[in-house]
Write a protein that binds this ligand. Sequence first.
Ligand code: NAD
Ligand code: UDP
Ligand code: UDP
Length: 343
Amino acid sequence: HHHRTAFEAATKGFVGGKVPLGIKRKGLRVVVTGGAGFVGSHLVDRLIARGDSVIVVDNFFTGRKENVMHHFGNPNFELIRHDVVEPLLLEVDQIYHLACPASPVHYKFNPIKTIKTNVVGTLNMLGLAKRVGARFLLTSTSEVYGDPLQHPQVETYWGNVNPIGVRSCYDEGKRTAETLTMDYHRGAQVEVRIARIFNTYGPRMCIDDGRVVSNFVAQALRKEPLTVYGDGNQTRSFQYVSDLVEGLMRLMEGEHIGPFNLGNPGEFTMVELAKVVQETIDPDAKIEFRPNTEDDPHKRKPDITRAKELLGWEPKIPLRQGLPLMVSDFRKRIFGDHSDANP
Ligand code: NAD
Ligand code: UDP
Ligand code: UDP
């Protein structure tokens, strides 16, 4: 059905559909929750560049003002400090819902808050979408597949998730967020989109967020040993952030609800990743083995056939090309060269 724009909403009711002089059609009005975070801030850059009016809603738990500061003073940009667990009234056309800590260290820090953010926060943003007729995109995660028994993971796979483990606040939180999204679609006719994002890296990641790519890069730059957890034979598939942002925008603009896997099928063991980091930064970097964390998934690799066919999307940047782009950002932030603060 028809997707109402803020322009149409604002001009609804004018006789004969005529728009009064002085009201001009502009870009869309878009909310990005979690827009001061890693992925969100790169998405905001693209939306602003294409002429949209962007409202970032963020509580700065893991996000930083520095990530969006270069838009301050732009009349098309607005930053609201707000926690999505609380209701929010806005008039917009599209909602990219990213608010949620993504790194295991951060989401385990206060698991009850994590599940509230995923459940109550997503409910509020769906309520908002319903009230104003906005299109809603959920950034779900490959974690909905848990410790997968199918490899690579297809969207039709229901997953293997521990409901009572230390990762459950995130995994089950996102699974419930997907359920809410589909129920608002079926029950309240909200236009929805669901992305299942696989491990993503790039400039602006939190330096000390504990994720494997940020850890290895920061460790190699600081001349510390790279900490491989467990035997290092577990795998992940790493996607560069600009590929993800392109996929999210295609999904939002396209006709398909999803869910869609958005990830790079290039699969690496943690030992192989450590070797790529050594090659990129410091061939003399030491590797140190540490005990693994609880419930760590053994392997993860997206099947992206659906996104290729229905969104015409596939990642363009392999790990060996993307990693150096992140390294130069980390170098500047760790060693304090601020000559280019906006990678
Ligand atoms: P991030 O931690 O950098 O960004 C999350 C943002 O949400 C931060 O700015 C944080 O301050 C904000 N936030 C958290 N809780 C909030 C709340 N209650 N109210 C308002 N704002 C809140 O993480 P990211 O890597 O940019 O992830 C963005 C989204 O993508 C998340 O939903 C995450 O689950 C999803 N995702 C990311 C990855 C990845 O590898 N980066 C993988 C799968 C899914
Ligand atoms: N909500 C919001 N902004 C809005 C509309 C709704 O934050 O513009 C919140 C609202 O407070 C509620 C949730 O979204 O907690 C779900 O709203 P809905 O209208 O679907 O349900 P109801 O309010 O009837 O429980
Ligand atoms: N890992 C590691 N060393 C680190 C941090 C993580 O070997 O310093 C491993 C971790 O055990 C997991 C993988 O890297 O197997 C990916 O972890 P991350 O926290 O980046 O993301 P996840 O995919 O688990 O959410």
